[in-house]
Design a protein around this ligand. Sequence first.
Ligand SMILES: [Zn+2]
Length: 286
Amino acid sequence: MNSNLPNKYRGRLAPSPTGYLHLGHARTFRIAAQRARERNGVLVFRNEDLDPQRCRREFVDAMMEDLQWLGIQWQEGPDCGGPFAPYSQSERRSLYSSAWRRLRDDGWIYPCTCSRKDLVLAATAPNDADDEPIYPGTCRSRNEAKHFATPKGINWRFRVPHREAIEFEELHLGPQKFTGGQDFGDFVIWRRDDVPTYQLAVVVDDAEMQITEVVRGADLLKSTARQILLQRALGHVTPDYSHCDLVRDQTGQRMAKRHDSASIRHLRESGCSREEVLQQIEVLTK
Ligand SMILES: [Zn+2]
């Protein structure tokens, strides 16, 4: 563990209320809860509800209720408060704005006017199905960032140091290495519809909430490299990371891609007991 982190283990559950929790989420959250418990640590529930287009209040309540039904408990969260309140990202925008100003002042970000269509046309290299195309750098030399008082109305991209190796020790998967500009390009930290992106919000919150270990799905491995760059730019300590293997259903489809029959809510409503649902989660682990 990094020596300048707090002594006490602090983990987090950080779901986005865009639908009901499914078995794959529940599995990751059970691992996170277990790691916190084994280390006598604190578990934080963080509601990642920044995107007003996709997030709904009813899903926040449903997520918390389903997790509690499964026996997963947290010590800080939107329902029980805590020293780092508020625990819903939609109420933490001033923190993200401060981070945006800092990145702007230090020259880490630039305004990008490329449309989605521009980026698709410019993409030369194939990219992973789940990842964004590498940004071709069209707006990278724009240096008028300091003239903007707010991020509103334009996309803001982070200048990824090209050819720089980003290496980190991953607790579950071992040593990882990504190369800036090669594995991923300049990424958006603030969207033109005035929504801070996942990358920025998570880095700000993990630092602010003094999270010592991040447990999440392996689909976010590359995001961890992006977030390490943001942590460095903002002067934050990098927490430990443990990425859980991705689980697929019987048809080979990623659990995260479906929100219907594999949802905890659906299983509960169709009469499954807690033990039966836990058993289904156990099966995924094998
Ligand atoms: Zn651009």
